[in-house]
Design a protein around this ligand. Structure first.
Ligand SMILES: [Zn+2]
Length: 261
């Protein structure tokens, strides 16, 4: 006799087969593009997928121009034989520019560092790209960097305008500092002035957020605050204290007042 109740039908889902088979979410062309983009620094698989799908939506001419640019930088860009920055002609326009101060060479780790200093518009000398920093643990010694060509650029016996100052603009990492010391010792032996970028407090940062190392550098490289004007100029003396307690910077001291010459 058949017992009353609810009959349950077991439905077999095809999950077992799916788990074993590789996931085929996209056509192989898209998958390959995602995998290639995911190898780029700063791009994970999710970002690479988003970028690939964005590229697919763009007009064909735009995507072809992007592909042509990728090929062009690889085929036409090389290193300048003087400063070792990327260039399409050798020597690069910066090394060939007669308007630049040829007596000062700024040494940087990478072409990206060069671009950072150059885009500030504050330095008009020449550059030298090391191509990294000394790191014995990773097998990077002086021969792996553009150090010999730097030493060849300075000192007696070099061709062209003599270099009077070498500014070392390596990073503040331990490797950057040790590279700076190594270069400093070898450059001083060449008889040139060796300087390095000042370290200290970042602009706009409160003291309570500054780490100990940065504060130590800032204290060691503290500067004397100059008088605002030359000797004899009334403006070089402190102006009278404003009743509110603030310095009235616009008012010069009255003749005969305390603090006037
Ligand atoms: Zn160059």
């Amino acid at each position: 006799m058949k017992r009353p109740g609810i009959s349950v039908k077991v439905i077999a889902f095809p999950f077992t087969r799916c788990r074993k088979a590789p996931l085929q979410q996209h056509p192989p062309q898209i998958t390959e593009l995602i995998e290639r983009l995911a190898k780029l620094p700063g791009l994970g698989r999710k970002s690479a997928t988003r970028l690939s799908l964005y590229i697919l939506k763009r007009p064909e001419e735009e995507v072809k121009a992007l592909a042509a640019s990728l090929v062009a930088v690889k085929e036409e860009i090389r290193f300048c034989s003087v400063c070792h920055d990327y260039t399409d002609r050798d020597p690069c326009p910066r090394c060939s520019d007669p308007k630049r101060d040829r007596s000062t060479v700024c040494v940087v780790e990478t072409p990206a560092d060069l671009m950072t200093i150059e885009s500030s518009g504050l330095f008009r000398g020449l550059y030298h790209v090391l191509g990294g920093v000394l790191n014995p643990l990773s097998g990077i010694g002086p021969d792996e960097l553009n150090i010999q060509s730097l030493l060849d650029r300075v000192g007696p016996g070099t061709e062209g305008d003599p270099v009077a100052e070498v500014l070392l603009a390596t990073g503040s990492s331990p490797e950057g500092e040790s590279t700076c010391s190594y270069l400093s010792d070898h450059l001083k032996a060449k008889g040139v002035t060796v300087t390095k970028l000042a370290r200290g407090l970042p602009a706009g940062m409160d003291l309570e957020f500054v780490d100990g190392g940065t504060l130590k550098e800032a204290l060691e490289h503290r500067r004397k605050i100059p008088w605002p004007g030359p000797p004899g100029d009334p403006g070089r003396y402190p102006p009278p204290l404003h009743p509110s307690g603030l310095w009235n910077l616009k008012r010069a001291p009255a003749p005969g007042a305390i603090g006037s010459p």
